[in-house]
Every structure is written in C-alpha cells, then in structure tokens.
Design a protein around this ligand. Structure first.
Ligand SMILES: NC(=O)c1ccc[n+]([C@@H]2O[C@H](COP(=O)([O-])OP(=O)(O)OC[C@H]3O[C@@H](n4cnc5c(N)ncnc54)[C@H](OP(=O)(O)O)[C@@H]3O)[C@@H](O)[C@H]2O)c1
Length: 191
C-alpha cells in the first residue's frame, strides 16, 4: 500500500515536470535574443506612437533604423525628434503597406534588413455588428494584408543573407483581436 502511495506521489510530482520540460523542448519558435547593435531594424508605422518609441530605443541601442509610414511630413518630424533625443539619424521611407509595389520599392531602397517590426495598424473600435463593412475591411487591409506585403517584400533579402547572423520578424498585435475573437467564438458556439 505504502509503495503504491509513493509511486502515485512520484507520478504526480514528476510527470508534470517531465511534461513541462518535454513541451519546452518541442515548442517552436524558440525565443531568441537578437542583438541589434549595428544591425538594420526596419519598423513599419514608425512615425508616431509605439513604432516611434521602438525606433528611438533601437537607435539609442546602436541599430541602424529605418521607419516606414505614409505621411512624409510626420516621418520627417519623427526623424527630427529621434535626432534630438539620441543624436542619431534614422532612415525614413514613405509607402502605404496596402500597396505591395510601393512597399517593395521602399524596402529595396532601405537595404538589407536584419530585424523587421510590423507595427503599422489601424483600429476601428466597436462591436462587430456596429462596424461598417468598409471599416472591417480597412483594418484587415492595413493590419493583415499590409503585414503580408511587408513580410513578402523583406523575406527574400533576409533569406539571402550570407553573414548567417540571426534575423527576426516581429508583429505588433492587440488584445482587442483576442477579445473580439473570444466573443465571436462564444457567439458561434451559442447559435
Ligand atoms: N496604442 C495602443 O493602445 C495599442 C494597443 C494595442 C495594440 N496596438 C497596436 O500597436 C501598433 C501601433 O499602435 P499605435 O497606437 O502606436 O499606432 P498609431 O500611433 O496610430 O500609429 C500608427 C502608425 O502606422 C502608420 N500607418 C497607418 N496606416 C498605414 C498604412 N496603410 N501604411 C503604412 N503605415 C501606416 C501610421 O503612419 P501614417 O498614418 O502616416 O501612415 C503610424 O506611423 C498598431 O499595430 C496597433 O494596432 C496599439
């Protein structure tokens, strides 16, 4: 009896640990630290908000930074503000992420990219049933298709790097997407 209790106890203690270690080993992609000093960081939607803050931080950490957005005037302002706070000049490129050809041109003009941050985004707030279809399409075009366009334009250059240093692509997301997704799921389950 005591032996079976001990086996049960060992099973309860060690099996979850074994499971966690196993999951950690098989889960991909694994988080890696990409040193950004002297590397090219390309940030979409970098003319204001979170993207601008990321651009400033990356520049301060010694990266070569390029920011992409549509409004050239705002890009110039962003560049000036980063120069003021860090003394560093970042590159700016103007393109609409919905336009693949324009994005490709901007990416080519910026040069080989090591770290891509797809940060551009628009958000129409409200319940799905109260949003106009064109507002929903607008978000999908900029946030989703726009990110595909940027990745499609950047990826060939990343894959052809000969220095074999790690490269990285990050996507800025929002919890609202998850909340809306949960609501949608709850709705679908209930019908
Ligand atoms: N702020 C928040 O509380 C929050 C919360 C959750 C998630 N997020 C996400 O974080 C990211 C940044 O948010 P934020 O609040 O910092 O955004 P933001 O201040 O509104 O800035 C958006 C940036 O994206 C650019 N952009 C918009 N449409 C574009 C297009 N079609 N093509 C190219 N660039 C475009 C804008 O420049 P132009 O207009 O000149 O193109 C601007 O640089 C977004 O993806 C957003 O969904 C933000």
């Amino acid at each position: 009896m005591a032996e079976s209790d001990l086996s049960l106890l060992l099973l309860c203690v060690f099996f979850p640990i074994f499971l966690l270690v196993f999951i950690k080993l098989i889960v991909r992609p694994r988080p890696v630290n990409i040193p950004i000093k002297s590397r090219h960081v390309f940030i979409t939607g970098g003319s204001r908000g979170i993207g601008l803050a990321l651009a400033r931080q990356a520049a301060a950490e010694g990266a070569r930074v390029t920011v992409l957005a549509r409004n050239l005037e705002k890009l110039e302002e962003a560049k000036a503000s980063i120069r003021l706070s860090t003394g560093i000049d970042v590159g700016i490129v103007s393109a609409d992420v919905r336009d693949f050809d324009a994005v490709k041109k901007a990416v080519e003009s910026a040069g080989p990219i090591d770290v891509l941050v797809c940060n551009q985004g628009v958000y129409a707030s409200g319940e799905i049933e109260n949003l106009e279809v064109k507002e929903i399409k607008g978000m999908i075009d900029v946030n989703l298709i726009g990110s595909f366009n940027v990745v499609k334009a950047v990826l060939p250059g990343m894959k052809n790097r000969i220095d074999r240093k790690p490269v990285s692509i990050a996507f800025m997301s929002s919890q609202s997407g998850q909340v809306d997704y949960d609501l949608l799921l709850a709705f679908l389950v209930n019908i």
